[in-house]
Design a protein around this ligand. Structure first.
Ligand code: ATP
Length: 586
């Protein structure tokens, strides 16, 4: 496939403000890709391989500017000046190419595969002379591009493609192109165990639906982790779980997935990135204490006080949880202990469809507890008083509360899903809502008075998983310190867009639309009905959505969460309903 066929569609995709149109444009394009489908699926994501393969594209801005000056008759200053005007490297490259278009007679036709291979060379060339190599490959691409191709090649190489598609959008488009609509859930499940969209795309295109539906955990391939629902009392949890459940300490650290295979130990984050290098002590401990041929273990890495052996809640060590450099610093300064709570693969056997009780038994057999490796503390009980005491013990120990786990026969490991098989119970720190929300910034309102020159408030959204859209929940103006407040415009500079992004569903019109990317932790007083917010619009009452009242930023930017990991509409609906129950004294 010619790359220009793809960019023609990319352009339409960037212009649409409708989610359905976005999916159908993409689906048409994928259908036409033929043997280039896999390359195209990566490029649409602005990637060359899934994140966990560790191939990072990204050519420094300065190099791109230099290359553009070298392929044109413009000098460095002129290029810089043009860049200042457009503010978008892609646009700039497009302008450079149009200004010299007539001059190029013998252009090599750029295919999707050619562009992919060239970008792969850019990403993987390293060491001495690599800057020259990267520059010359980029220049070759630009010289053979038409203006539109140049825009997109440059955006991809600069890590800023932003077509507005999520993994779910691509899965929708793939199902639309190559499978029956009824298979969409099965395709998602497969993807959650094998998060490589191009691999799934290839199987679907080859008509190998059965192989897709059989996909389960594989050592070396990170799975999307299972998540918990939330309730605010032991009583509610007992009711939901049928009167008896396992309760585990909820450790406040960083989720780790530990894969053991072929004599290696590899660790992946919740965001599916490889983090093995950050936990040398854990790797060593696993090699010593987990004597198996292969396994995938799920757990939480927590810093401990080296003097007392007590765990540190993560906030004490790092205000900015999930930041890679912070974690590196932390693991250098304080020892890390991993508390394991699940196992989904053992010695060649997939365990994701086994019940929780069986997985737990195998976990105990597999992990020999040591200073660095522990198994999450658990209580199986049907006695609410006993669970309350266990909850208090967890808080005293430095945990966030408990995670209840269903003991039913179908308590399987549901990758990437937030469901009722696991329910979290957190401490009600303030007499407000028992949990914070993680919301995505989708817009901003100009500030006035003291906030002149920065934003007065941000428009915040939750994620609607059914529709794969971002729906608004509140305007967020408090909880920012001055330093943060005045750094906002810079922080969002590259994310501001003129048009409403296609997957944002909003009644409010902010002064600036912001491409969904940044997730902030927000607390509020309660969830109320609102005619101006689109979260769960029309579900609870006609012409009303749900909104967060008195929202306040907690100071935590959730760098560990993608926009699609934000609090979901379902969760907000649950919060609204449980609030209502309490207020009528049920
Ligand atoms: P939060 O911000 O409350 O941690 P979250 O969205 O990050 O929420 P949830 O699925 O809601 O994640 O809560 C479960 C998280 O708690 C897991 O992702 C995991 O990191 C952590 N955790 C700690 N201990 C346990 C445990 N025993 N079982 C399951 N998860 C645990």
């Amino acid at each position: 496939m010619l790359f220009s066929e793809a960019t023609e569609v990319f352009e339409k995709m960037s212009r649409t403000t409708k989610r359905l149109e976005l999916t159908s444009l993409l689906s048409e394009l994928l259908k036409r890709a033929g043997d280039d489908l896999e390359y195209l699926v990566y490029l649409v994501q602005g990637k060359l391989l899934p994140d966990y393969r560790g191939v990072e594209l990204g050519m420094a801005e300065q190099l791109i500017l230099r290359a553009l000056s070298e392929v044109s008759s413009l000098d460095g200053e002129e290029i810089e000046e043009m860049y200042r005007k457009t503010g978008d490297l892609g646009e700039l490259a497009g302008q450079v190419v149009s200004s010299r278009a007539q001059g190029t007679l013998f252009r090599q036709e750029l295919t999707v595969k050619y562009v992919y291979d060239s970008l792969m060379k850019v990403a993987t060339s390293s060491g001495q002379g690599s800057i020259r190599v990267k520059m010359s490959i980029y220049k070759d691409l630009i010289m053979n591009s038409d203006p539109r191709d140049a825009v997109y090649i440059t955006r991809i190489i600069n890590g800023k493609l932003r077509l507005g598609v999520s993994d779910a959008t691509i899965l929708d488009a793939l199902t639309l192109s190559f499978a029956e609509p009824g298979l969409r859930d099965g395709v998602s499940e497969a993807y959650n165990f094998y998060p490589d969209l191009a691999y799934i795309a290839r199987l679907l295109r080859e008509g190998r639906i059965d192989d897709v539906l059989k996909i389960g955990p594989q050592p070396g391939v990170p799975v999307k982790v299972m998540l918990a629902e939330r309730l605010s009392s032991v009583h509610e949890i007992m009711e939901k779980m049928g009167g008896r459940a396992a309760f585990e300490f909820k450790y406040d650290g960083i989720r780790v997935q530990v894969h053991v295979f072929g004599g290696q130990v590899r660790i992946f984050s919740r965001g599916l990135e490889e983090t093995t290098g950050q936990f040398p002590d854990i790797v060593r401990a696993v090699k010593e204490e987990v004597k198996v041929e292969s396994a995938i273990l799920d757990g939480e890495a927590v810093p401990v006080n080296p003097e007392t052996g007590e765990i540190y809640p993560f906030q004490v060590v790092s205000q900015r949880r999930g930041r890679k450099h912070d974690l590196e610093r932390v693991s250098e300064e304080v020892p890390i202990v991993v508390f394991f709570f699940d196992i989904i693969y053992l010695n060649g056997r997939q365990l994701h469809r086994e019940a929780y009780g069986e997985r737990r038994r195998l976990l105990r057999e597999t992990v020999r507890e040591s200073e660095r490796l522990r198994i999450a503390r658990t209580l199986v009980s049907s006695d609410e008083g006993e669970v309350e005491r266990f909850f208090n013990e967890s808080i005293e120990y430095g945990c966030e509360g408990l995670v209840a786990k269903s003991l039913s026969e179908n308590s399987i490991y549901r990758a990437g899903a937030r469901g009722w098989l696991w329910i979290k119970l957190k401490r009600d720190y303030e007499a407000e809502m028992s949990d914070s929300l993680d919301l995505v910034v989708v817009g901003a309102f100009s500030g006035h008075g003291r906030r002149g020159g920065t934003y007065g408030a941000l428009l915040m959204a939750a994620y609607d998983q059914e529709k794969d859209e971002f729906v608004t929940v509140c305007k967020l103006g408090s909880g920012f310190n001055d330093e943060m407040l005045f750094s906002l415009p810079k922080m969002f500079q590259q994310l501001v867009t003129k048009e409403k992004p296609a997957r944002v569903n909003s009644i409010m019109e902010p002064d600036f639309w912001i491409y969904p990317s940044v997730v902030l932790e927000v607390r509020g007083a309660e969830i109320t009905l609102s005619p101006v917010h689109t979260c769960a619009m029309g579900t609870v009452a006609r012409d009303s959505g749900l909104a967060l009242r008195f929202p306040r930023f907690t100071g935590k930017i959730r760098n560990d969460k993608k926009p699609e990991d934000a609090t979901s509409v379902m969760e907000i609906l649950e919060m609204f309903r449980s609030q209502k129950k309490k207020s009528v004294g049920e």
